[in-house]
Design a protein around this ligand. Sequence first.
Ligand code: ADP
Ligand code: ZN
Length: 616
Amino acid sequence: MSGEPLLPPVQGAEGALFDTLRKVFGFHEFRPNQESIVRAILEKRDVFAVMPTGGGKSLCYQLPAMLLPGTCVVISPLIALMKDQVDGARANGIRAECLNSSLDAEERQRVIGALLSNSLDLLYVSPERFTLDHFREMLRRVQISMAVIDEAHCISEWGHDFRPDYLALSDLVTIFPDLPVAAFTATATHRVQQDILQKLALRTPFIVRASFDRPNLVYDVRYKERGDQQLVSLLKSNRGKAGIIYRTSRKSVNDTAAMLQAKGFRVLPYHAGLGDLERKRNQEAFIRDEVDVMVATIAFGMGIDKSNIRFVIHADLPKSIENYYQETGRAGRDGEGAHCTLLFAQGDSSKVRFFIDAMVDETERARALASLQKVIAFASTSVCRRKTLLDYFGEHYPHENCNSCDICLGVREVVDCTLQAQMLLSAIVRTEERFGATHLVDIVTGSANKKIRDLGHDRLKTYGVGKQHDKKYWRHLIDELLAQQVIEKSEGLYPLLFLLPKAVRILKHEEHIEMVRVLEKQKAKVVSDGESGTSYDKGLFDLLRVLRKQIADEQGIPPYVVFSDRTLHEMASLVPRNAEAMLSVSGVGEVKLERYGRQFLSLIDRYCSDHPAAGV
Ligand code: ADP
Ligand code: ZN
């Protein structure tokens, strides 16, 4: 991009801080930690910051990049991420480019030309490029404002995405002895943090470890009964919104995607088994709001910056709490409400167990098992989900009630079910541990089917004792007894249920057992709580979205780069009628106002004349 910088570089940048925040980014306040990081950089200090996804890391260096003279060099590991960042920055009028292997010779020359003529605010490069001698030589010939390392955990062998080429970044501080170096990541344990600090040799850096809490995400764990039906109803209540459904296997991804497509939902599959082209096409369709939902294995998500993902559903058990946090973390980057649902059935854990048991490496097997157990504990306890998640990352959640998880919203209650458990256990004893769940449920509910009669099970003392509850209840109880290790299932196609020592203690009245019950009425509340907190005109919002999509297509950028969901929500709530009012909407800066303001204002005009009540 060429032309004059939007704002002249300011030496004593302090005064321009809020001005730039407003004019360039269109924001009226900083998110937590952003201001202190920006200030540290402006004071030429090194920075190391761990901030969760959606925390607003890009602004922490893009804002100083606009205030300091010279080009800010950002080292970033993924080409897809770079492209997104460049699109986003340019939409705000920032002169941003990237240099990586995806460029052809001509484009590369153009970018290098812009760099050499000192007309770039931001340059994104891959770590490979950064190590090349001639690139470094070039950097010496131009004015550089600062260096940024994105996804800084890639430099640590202790981290989960170690990239050997990141090690070459350890001489950054010697290349830029007088410039601030800022490293950002969304994941770093204390050990990884120490490793990063040491490898990069940052000079008494300003360190930020932000809370991992994502207050705009609602966590909701549901008992998985009929997976497909539940998915359909979840999608119905989220119609038109962007979401991801995670499944474990490629086959289940294909099946679920086909099932949902047949029901008329706009979904596409994504997994490593699809050809490169198809995968790329599907991902692109999702990013550009051409389909609403991606049904995917965990291969999907890395490098996806889409900020308007409104829900994430785990239709199978995640591999670990860390995975769960990362995968749900892709929702609600724009700060607007988003809903994370985990469909949990005890049966799923035996499936995962089956794969884990087949692992050859003993340490890996043990690690996988421990991870699975933590996930099961997360899903089955009646402790606040947020608290449990944060605990896992060593963070103490200071509130009693988070008000945005199924537990805290009181969607569940814990009930004593010792008596019912005794009925079922006694049916198992009386049939000598030779039957599976379906038959046992038939006995306690008093089914009069042929098998029951042929075996004479209608004469058992436990026959029909549990009539007052339906079959669904008893299936749930069996899952609960399996989860709490009261009973166990045999291997094979028709697994039989048998007792574990705890069952004997329950039968002898030596031990109680409790079960979590879902209160149907309040379930709906959690769903609607995923919505944005502020009320807005939904009819107007839908039209704004159509216009956003149209503009995005014309310009070949993703819709959320034009305006985020949050910005459109605010427009549909404030209903701005002139340029000044438009500028007060969060996310509308001067450049976006100039580029898109007229179109959006005239749409709002038309809407208001058709709907005289709007905006009053
Ligand atoms: P991260 O890289 O930490 O995941 P991003 O930099 O992508 O986060 O920012 C996430 C979203 O938050 C983007 O849509 C961005 O425009 C928005 N955002 C960042 N800072 C602010 C702010 N101060 N006020 C409002 N929205 C912000
Ligand atoms: Zn909670």
